[in-house]
Design a protein around this ligand. Structure first.
Ligand SMILES: Cc1ncc(C[n+]2csc(CCOP(=O)(O)OP(=O)(O)O)c2C)c(N)n1
Ligand SMILES: [Mg+2]
Length: 756
């Protein structure tokens, strides 16, 4: 009714004030709060032990080796947010409906390791060797790392900002697979645990409208709002929770604020005049942080003291109790109620904004203080007060050495935590490494490219699109191909695929397209195969990551082909490409219109000559700069075999260009050398000049050879270099081999064989 009234007033010309915020109180009121089903006492003891071991791990490591690093205070703030999720929500690999995908705050890793230790997944030696994973008996990587801990970490998250993007596109890709019938609908969720400081990265908020547009009710963001980042407050002079609420509500999300703990419920009940809500509205985060460290009497004087009715409200509460009034993110009942709503909410994504304290429980060692992020170890006094705060069963002399503490296998705590995880499908994080390999098409699929195109002139972009089209029609792998495009399909001559494969849209096509009369109309469909991401290379790259890790997340090998202007690849989203590598993504990146050739008229946006340098510096990328259609065929097939048959976690990068020229028949016997990185086009005995050409400049190289012959009667040797970076890699490897095998006959790399 209120909305209708506002609507009516606006239609009559009223200009209503606009506010994306709700009051600075919890979204879920006590009367609608779902009761907490767990055992509070046991869960608190488990959480306290995880806290202790996480702190001990970092503290011990830094006592032994100064500067080893690690973080204590982040997990200290997020312990309740994570423990409630672990005990009641997040699904593991053996869950009958499939596991959730969980992006953890990377630098909260000590807490995750400490929990895995209590669960019996990690040993004391692992913990002892935190950040020293090359230790003799194994250790733990500092941050989530699917290469160093391949059956543990699923998502690398420490490059802040990428978590949000990658999680959103993971959730969207889950819908894509469901809508296309490749996986069953099973209610799996993507959880992203994020820091409030991290939300300042443009990428963090950059794609949140995707989630509401695509009705991603399978994504849950949990923002750990401790109001602090590394140097100090996230918004000293404002309110980060309110700011984020406004942004997410504006973007169409369901926002659940969990600011105040149960201790505050009775105060809000007494707030008949609204003075408390008003005061909460007034204070900025800088002040809220001051209250955490300055003590109860300060809080009474400066917060409650402003209005007489507020002072009156707390007159029966001691200073000590005032300071202990628990915040929402540290109250399991409030967190449980929020998560329950989040997992049940239909039709919209949910973000939980939970107020916590950075360094919770560290007391003078850093609770809520600006130095807290850098706190690496506790002194004896601080260890004892930490032990007391969380009732860790250690004597004084034991506690001061910060030992790891694990209750017996038959203790209440161990039995409880194991039972909870068993019911939810086993431990997390967990990374699956098994998937069905694909049957890669026979060479004959590419016969056209091997035969060459005679007098017809075409660009390598066109040659690639022809081959991609054939691949999408292949009966074995066609449906697993995921073409991804950031609004350039027409530029690359791919518009025929719109009609043939359809453009994926969760809601189908709700309109008649303007070109519906034409054969190749713009077809959107629920089971569309193409991911048309709009002008959004970061989003497209995130889709590439989601598709290229489907082998692990779903056990299905999907084959992403992400084609874009090469200038907007490495130069713009290299960090995401790096994250793709870290996450062991498989797939093809295609940097089109590369090579400083015929699109120069459009200015510098096509003058890419450097993406190959970036690719060469990215360890698991195999980069090729190709000149002829048959080379493309060879590399596509080789890449598919390597990634989707032999299941190697590499990415193939191929540059494609725009210039039209003739594509000859494949010479015999060059296939292996094309893959290695270089093959002979023209040889002479001991040539005085050797020309190395590559990609679109191959034509110029051949012209140069002609001129040399014509003008100087010099016969140069001519080589077609398909990959400088692969050549370099091989050369380095053989150099190293020769160095460590001095008594054996030296190996010669391909590069060393250019003699005739
Ligand atoms: C892109 C990027 N920039 C900087 C850092 C370094 N860094 C690691 S943690 C951190 C502070 C994080 O603050 P917040 O997101 O609020 O998390 P909290 O620890 O407070 O939970 C920073 C700056 C990073 N990991 N990634
Ligand atoms: Mg923070």
């Amino acid at each position: 009714m209120l909305e209708k009234l506002i609507d009516f007033a606006e239609r009559q010309g009223a200009r209503m004030p606009f506010n994306t915020n709700t009051p600075f109180i919890n979204t879920i009121h006590p009367f609608e709060q779902k009761p907490f089903p767990g055992n509070r006492a046991i869960e608190r003891r488990i959480k306290s032990l995880v806290r202790w071991n996480a702190m001990a791990m970092v503290s011990r490591a830094n006592k032994e080796t100064e500067g080893i690093g690690g973080h204590i205070s982040t997990y200290a703030s997020s312990a309740t947010l994570l423990e409630v999720a672990y005990n009641h929500f997040i699904r593991g690999a053996a869950h009958p409906n499939g596991p959730d995908m969980v992006f953890f705050q990377g630098h909260a890793s000590p807490g995750l390791y400490a929990r895995a230790y209590l669960e019996g997944r990690l040993t004391e030696t692992h913990l002892e060797n935190f950040r020293r994973e090359l230790s003799k008996d194994g250790g733990l990587s500092s941050y989530p790392h699917p290469w160093l801990m391949p059956d543990f970490w699923q998502f690398p998250t420490v490059s802040m900002g990428l978590t949000s993007l990658m999680a959103l596109y993971q959730a969207r890709f889950m819908h894509y697979l469901e809508d296309r019938g490749i996986i069953e609908k099973s209610g799996r969720k993507v959880w992203a645990f994020l820091g409030d400081g991290e939300m300042d990265e443009p990428e963090s908020l950059g794609s949140i409208t995707l989630a509401s547009r695509e009705k991603l009710d399978n994504i849950i963001f949990v923002v750990n709002c401790n109001l602090q980042r590394l140097d100090g407050p996230v918004r000293g002079n404002g309110k980060i929770i309110q700011e984020l609420e406004g942004a997410f509500r504006g973007a169409g999300w369901n926002v659940i604020k969990v600011i105040w703990g149960s201790d505050w419920d009775s105060l809000f009940e007494k707030d008949a005049t609204g003075a408390l809500a008003k005061r909460l509205e007034e204070v900025v985060d800088g002040e809220l942080l001051k209250y955490v460290v300055a003590g109860g009497s300060y809080l009474r004087e400066h917060f409650f003291g402003k209005y007489p009715e507020l002072l009156n409200m707390v007159k029966d509460i001691s200073d000590k109790e005032l300071l202990r009034l628990r915040l929402g993110g540290h109250d399991p009942e409030k967190v449980y109620a929020a998560y329950t709503e989040a997992v049940e909410y239909k039709g919209k994504p949910t973000v939980v904004l939970a107020r916590t304290i950075k360094g919770y429980g560290l007391g003078e060692a850093g609770e809520g203080r600006n130095i807290t992020h850098q706190q690496k170890k506790l002194n004896e006094k601080e260890l004892l007060s930490f032990r007391d705060r969380f009732n860790i069963p250690l004597t004084d002399s034991e506690a001061t050495t910060a030992p790891f503490y694990k209750p017996a296998d038959n203790s209440e705590e161990t039995v409880y935590l194991r039972a909870r995880r068993k019911e939810l499908g086993g431990p997390l994080p967990f990374r699956n490494q098994k998937s069905e390999k694909l049957k890669i098409p026979d060479r004959s699929l590419f016969n056209e490219a091997f035969a060459g195109y005679g007098d017809r002139e075409l660009s390598t972009t066109m040659a690639f699109v022809r081959q991609l089209t054939k691949l999408t029609k292949d009966k074995d792998i066609g449906k697993y191909i995921v073409p991804i495009i950031p609004d350039e399909a027409r530029t690359f001559g791919m518009e025929a695929l719109f009609r043939q494969l359809g453009i994926y849209s969760h809601s189908g096509q709700l309109y008649e397209p303007v070109d519906s009369e034409q054969f190749l109309y713009y077809k959107e469909a629920v089971d569309g195969q193409i991911l048309e991401e709009g002008i959004n290379e970061a989003g497209a790259m995130s889709s590439f990551i989601a598709a290229g890790t489907a082998y692990s997340n779903y056990g299905v090998n999907m084959i992403p082909f992400y084609i874009y202007y090469s200038m907007f690849g490495f130069q713009r989203v290299w960090d995401l490409i790096w994250a793709a590598g870290d996450m062991r993504t498989r797939g093809f990146l295609l940097g089109a219109t590369a090579g400083r050739t015929t699109l120069n008229g459009e200015g510098l946006q096509h003058q890419d000559g450097h993406s190959h340098l970036a690719a060469a510096a990215t360890p698991n990328i195999k980069a090729y700069d190709l000149a002829y259609a048959y080379e493309i065929a060879i590399i596509l097939r080789e890449g598919m075999k390597e990634m989707f048959h032999y299941q190697k976690d590499v990415v193939y990068y191929i540059t494609l260009e725009n210039e039209n020229y003739k594509h000859p028949e494949m010479p015999s016997g060059v296939e292996k050398d094309i893959i290695k990185g270089m093959y002979k086009i023209h040889s002479t005995k001991n040539p005085v000049i050797r020309l190395l050409g590559s990609g679109p400049l191959m034509g110029e190289t051949l012209a140069a050879a002609k001129l040399l012959k014509q003008d100087w009667n010099i016969e140069p040797g001519v080589w077609n270099v398909t990959s400088f970076s692969e050549l370099r890699r091989e050369a380095e490897e053989s150099e190293r081999w020769n160095l460590i095998h001095p008594r054996q006959e030296a190996e010669k790399a391909a590069l060393g064989k250019i003699v005739e």
